[in-house]
Design a protein around this ligand. Sequence first.
Ligand code: FAD
Length: 461
Amino acid sequence: MTEIFDAIIIGTGQAGPSLAQRMTREGMKTAIIERKLFGGTCVNVGCIPTKTLVASARAAHMARRGNDFGVTIEGQIKVDMKQVKSRKDAIVKQSNDGVTNWLKTMENLTVFEGHGRLESPNSVRVNGDLLEAETIVVNVGGRALVPDMPGVHDIPYLTNSSMMEVDFLPEHLIVIGGSYIGLEFAQMYRRFGSRVTVVQRGERLVEREDEDVSEAIKEIIENEGIEVRLNAECAAFEKRGNQIAVTSNCPDGPEEAVGSHVLLAVGRKPNTDDLGLEAAGVELDARGYIVVDDELRTNVPGIWAMGDVNGRGAFTHTSYNDYEILAANMFDNDPRRVSDRITTYGLFIDPPLGRVGMTEAQVRESGREALVGKMMMARVGRARERSETQGFMKILIDAKSERILGAAILGIGGDEIIHSLLDVMYADAPYTVIQRAVHIHPTVTELIPTMLGDLKPLEVL
Ligand SMILES: Cc1cc2nc3c(=O)[nH]c(=O)nc-3n(C[C@H](O)[C@H](O)[C@H](O)COP(=O)(O)OP(=O)(O)OC[C@H]3O[C@@H](n4cnc5c(N)ncnc54)[C@H](O)[C@@H]3O)c2cc1C
């Protein structure tokens, strides 16, 4: 059967449902297609469940640290993984139900459950139905990358998705990939009680960050008893009875790690391989991401792409901002653009990293004259009061314009505090605005003006 719509949205990630609401409110007869879980990665197998698990892991960690605060807990601290998972499932279900009910009761919207595939620039097939529309918006996200490492297909590896079903304690979890997703899982499972090894290909963890940030993160991770193996260029896998052996040419340690479970956290892959994009003539880049312009149009008139699939962001907030950009351009005659967005994200180990703008390495590369301020968390009263003094804050300022170029806050509350800097950047105000602001005592943010009062020229290396 062929059905005609004004717009078709493929995928219900972080942008599609909000766009569906806006389109239907604008009177457009709209279809939305979801092949699996309403709400996509973030709601079901990404941000929400992982942060829920991080919270359980922190509770276990703090219980073990009770003595540091004069709190005595009799007996051994035990983690009930079945209860940890059911708490996570309940919180995820709330969000998943919320999106599902929202979409299924939305006026003027038809929900199709199945895999959508483009058949032409203005038609999509889902199950047996052919849907046609002048406007098609792709919000299909991505999935865990499974690289062709030797032996990988002969072992029962886990990904961020299958980790969501784990309701037991792996005896020894080997995490392949020492970046944002891998480190979150590594720390949480260590805190649950597993032995954990992180195997990282590069010479340091989270290589996108500055060296001092990577080093401090390694220290945090290792302090909790996680083994970190760097320079593991040629990881290979082999099943040995109930165990899995991971070999690598790791110069800093033994060549082999043998564990009970392996988690692959080596990157993401866009869901563009089975979407019929070739039938519609939509251009992809070399890594399979949909090429879009600054307002999210693909090369095919009428087809747009939002979220991780366009390669212009890899976060929930960037996907949601894509919706805002598309809606502003489509309905409000407001030319919002992707390039107006300031890079910001978190790494949700504990304590977390909040990041905004350029790294120190990027500032140096740009060749501009800059100032740098740095303060160790050990100097921050709030951190000392809570006995959580790991990490530091660092900020980079353009010496001429006095604008904030970037910052990293690794430490207690870093993922929240970073927004005070982000907002000054969005206001396009000089750093002196926040330097002269009076902040609440005793908080971490109160020390940002102090750090800004002690800037040094960024020395050329
Ligand atoms: C473990 C993990 C933790 C994360 N934590 C954070 C975090 O803390 N903060 C943050 O900002 N980001 C985080 N992210 C990233 C975040 O989840 C994504 O950036 C976010 O979900 C945006 O995705 P999206 O809107 O592009 O689509 P997605 O959320 O990936 O959704 C795409 C949807 O499209 C559906 N779909 C795909 N193909 C088809 C098809 N052909 N037909 C029909 N439906 C289809 C999928 O089933 C899915 O439901 C995390 C990711 C992971 C994996």
